[in-house]
Ligand binder design. Structure first.
Ligand SMILES: Nc1ncnc2c1ncn2[C@@H]1O[C@H](COP(=O)(O)OP(=O)(O)OP(=O)(O)O)[C@@H](O)[C@H]1O
Length: 312
């Protein structure tokens, strides 16, 4: 798979388990962090979880892993509610990270793999495989605190992967990574998804989310505000048209039906269409002014949608 490959569209149809978040609510004292949060992550699906600071992403992920109890609702992996046994099948990367700084990388990863039930030889083989895959095999004899933050993050991802988890829950796995490490992390998530693992990760890097995820959930104030594939979300946003009609007089678009706003700048006009507007009628109107060199339908980016959703 090439690095620029996008995996948007339908997730691969492989056998695997489903992560279900079903009506979760959570308050910390008087702070209502989550309010009836529900969504599923299908086998083989990469689900991007986005929202402003304090929106409730980390709280959702902690509850999904079972390290934090919900006030209401349930999390299931497959058909089973998350208990201690089910928790062992999840690979989790916590936002605050969770490595022992003074322990050597290799020993620490082997220890974590054994905690998840692997035999010592299997744990050591998994450590070798994942440290090589993540480009940190030369650092297994170093203590974690001797590594750069980005390399510590690679170790943290290895820790989430060494026990061959059935579900991956990653809290801001890309923050602070250099572009090469972003590519390595992206490729690993794609590979795990291709194996049928449901993958959920939170991020503020929306271009990355747009490129990598099959589906995206935008949360604000502890509620899911929009969910769908990136194309579905973009189709819900306001459509804009860029028209390059060099002979069009000022105000040419003001009498065309279905146009909500028109901004003319030199020979170009940026039009916002009202819902259900007929873009072909706009094209005919533009052609009546003379030649049309560009007529482009533009959907909002995920970043623009995000701003729209969280400020609504
Ligand atoms: N232990 C806690 N005690 C009290 N309030 C908390 C605690 N943890 C989180 N909160 C509050 O719950 C809300 C949701 O926080 P959460 O950490 O889940 O958001 P987030 O979307 O992960 O944010 P960020 O993008 O900044 O990591 C916030 O208002 C936060 O201040």
């Amino acid at each position: 798979m090439t690095r620029s490959t996008t995996v948007r569209g339908d997730p691969p149809r492989t056998r695997g388990t489903t992560l279900t978040i079903d009506g979760i609510s959570k308050s910390y004292g008087t702070v209502h962090a989550l309010d009836d949060m529900s969504f599923t992550v299908q086998p083989g699906e990469i689900f991007g979880f986005v929202g402003s600071n304090g929106a409730g992403k980390t709280t959702t992920m902690r509850i999904a892993l079972g390290v934090l109890a919900a006030d209401a609702g349930e999390v299931r992996i497959g058909e089973k509610p998350v208990d201690l046994d089910v928790r062992r099948t999840v690979g989790y990367m916590p936002e605050e990270r969770g490595l022992y700084p003074k322990m050597k990388v290799g020993a620490q990863l082997a220890y974590l793999a054994q905690l998840h039930g692997l035999s010592r030889p299997d744990a050591e083989a998994a450590v070798q495989r994942w440290t090589e895959r993540l480009g940190i095999d030369g650092r297994v004899g170093d203590t974690v605190d001797a590594l750069s933050l980005g390399n510590q993050q690679r170790v943290q991802l290895a820790a989430a992967l060494v026990h061959d988890p059935a579900v991956l829950v990653l809290d801001e796995p890309f923050s602070g990574l250099d572009p090469v490490a972003v590519d390595v992390m992206s490729d690993v998530l794609r590979e795990k998804a291709a194996d049928g693992v449901p993958v959920i990760f939170s991020s503020h890097q929306l271009e990355l989310v747009e490129r990598l995820c099959h589906r995206v959930g935008i949360i604000a104030g502890g509620r899911m505000r929009a969910i769908g594939t990136v194309d579905e979300l973009r189709a819900r946003g306001e459509a804009q048209l860029v028209v390059h009609a060099p002979q069009a007089p000022a105000g040419w678009a003001s009498t065309v039906p279905g146009i909500a706003t028109a901004e003319q700048s030199g020979e170009h006009t940026l039009l916002t269409l009202a819902p259900g507007a007929d873009d072909q009628a706009v094209l005919s109107a533009a052609l009546r002014t003379g030649p049309v060199h560009e007529f482009t339908l533009r959907r909002p980016s995920l970043t623009e949608l995000f701003r729209e959703v969280v400020t609504a």
